[in-house]
Design a protein around this ligand. Structure first.
Ligand SMILES: Nc1nc2c(ncn2[C@@H]2O[C@H](COP(=O)(O)OP(=O)(O)OP(=O)(O)O)[C@@H](O)[C@H]2O)c(=O)[nH]1
Ligand SMILES: [Mg+2]
Length: 406
């Protein structure tokens, strides 16, 4: 799988290069960032999983991290919010292997304790307190995590912000997720099952078909923690070593899907539409309605620019600005035939007039095709090349995915 991902990253670089000048930089950046992040991630061991505990303030994230480690490593508190900086908890045996990756993510607080060697657990700040900085920090780290443990409590598990802001848009990553319903000691034992079922239903509404859900009490008011070994088991299940690559594959799939809609998704149907616009404009010029011909071609290019969008759209709009000059140039041909001798417009509606008009229309259509349509064709050809590179990347990703699921 490692080699497959490396091959895909090379293709993705090519596709991004083909999209330069076709798609505005701001829209290309997420894909470019995914490729950069993926190259960094695969330079660290894939048999270690960077797992973050994420959720609302007071849901019990820090308590869960302590319970998983079997030690008081991180601070839990009664004042909301408590955790202000991400804290990475790594195994003593392999702290050195993953420390550089964490450092690169800006997670400078790291402690080494006795936990399974594959696990690197990050206790995160909250996603919902008054401290907006906390949420932004979580959102900055989310794309670089291998596994996310979403912690909810019996009151807030249907919180609209959690579902709409995070879980719905991130549903393609559901294999990377483990859901924890914490504080079950606060529920009547008979109610736990129905709350878990309701949580499952809300996750399915988000597009997460078969969520892994664990019910826990990380720090119950009385008695020992509950359900923590179930959480560790779920994490072990989620943390197969191919999972790191699978997540990177989804990053690339999501990125290229977005770009493909810009390079080819609109189906411009350019040639027949261009031929129709040229025909109409040529008729207008010969009938001495130059202004209408300018409007016809300008509107056509504007429509194409809008549908193509992004940098391609801007370039077509630039060309549209020259349409009046080009139409004037073409109009002059009506009275100046190729021989250089003036051939005056015949009078009346007779055969001679009609044949003169047909000749002039052909000449004008040809001229406008070269002056106006040709350059647009060139711009769209560049877009088509970017589209082809992205389509090639998508094909390779589809076959990589078929191999991971077979
Ligand atoms: N009853 C009960 N209380 C819990 C449980 N887990 C955590 N708590 C309590 O909930 C409070 C918040 O716990 P934390 O672990 O600090 O919560 P957190 O999600 O890390 O909160 P922030 O750091 O503010 O985001 C503390 O008073 C914990 O003792 C639980 O399973 N049951
Ligand atoms: Mg905390």
């Amino acid at each position: 799988m490692r080699d497959t991902i490396i091959g895909l990253l090379d293709k993705a670089d090519l596709a991004i290069a083909s999209c330069a000048g076709v798609i505005v930089d701001d829209d290309l950046e997420p894909m470019a960032r995914s490729v950069r992040n993926a190259r960094i991630r695969i330079s660290y061991p894939e048999d270690m999983s960077v797992v973050a505990v994420v959720g609302g303030t007071g849901s019990g994230k820090s308590s869960l991290a302590n319970a998983v480690c079997g030690a008081d490593v991180t601070v839990i508190g009664g004042v909301r919010p408590t955790t202000r900086q991400p804290l990475a908890i790594v195994s003593e045996a392999r702290a050195a292997d993953i420390g550089g990756y964490l450092g690169g993510l800006g997670v400078s607080h790291q402690v080494a304790v006795r936990i399974p060697p594959w696990l690197c657990l990050i206790d995160m700040p909250d996603t919902d307190s008054v401290e907006v900085e906390h949420r932004l920090r979580v959102e900055q780290l989310l794309p670089c995590l291998d596994i996310v443990v979403w912690v909810v409590d019996p009151e807030k598990y249907r919180d609209a912000a959690l579902h709409n802001r995070y879980l719905k848009p991130l549903s393609p990553y559901s294999n990377q997720f483990v859901f924890v319903l914490n504080q079950i000691d606060r529920l009547a034992p008979t109610a736990v099952e129905s709350v878990v079922a309701d949580l499952k239903e809300s996750l399915q509404e988000d597009g997460i078909e078969s969520p892994r859900i664990v019910a826990t009490a990380a720090n119950p008011t009385s008695g020992p923690p509950m359900g923590v070994s179930g959480l560790v088991e779920a994490l072990e299940g989620a943390a197969k070593s191919d999972r790191v690559f699978e997540k990177l594959l989804i990053d690339l799939e999501q990125g290229s899907k977005g770009l493909l809609t810009v390079t080819g998704g609109t189906g411009l149907d350019f040639e027949p539409r261009a031929a129709a616009a040229l025909d109409t404009a040529a008729h207008m010029v010969v009938d001495e309605r130059t202004r209408s011909a300018i409007d016809e071609l300008t509107h056509f290019l504007e429509a194409i620019a809008t549908e193509a969008g992004s940098s391609t759209g801007s370039k077509i709009r630039e060309l549209a600005a020259s349409v009046p000059n080009h139409v004037q140039t073409a109009a002059e041909q009506v009275i100046t035939p190729r021989s250089g001798k003036r051939r005056l417009r015949p009078r009346g509606r007779g055969k001679e007039t009609e044949s003169w008009k047909a000749d002039q229309r052909d000449a004008i259509r040809l001229s406008l095709d070269g002056l106006v349509i040709g350059p647009v064709r060139g711009i769209l050809a560049t877009r088509a090349r970017a589209n082809a590179a992205l389509a090639d990347l998508s094909l390779s990703m589809a076959s990589a995915r078929a191999r991971t699921t077979s």
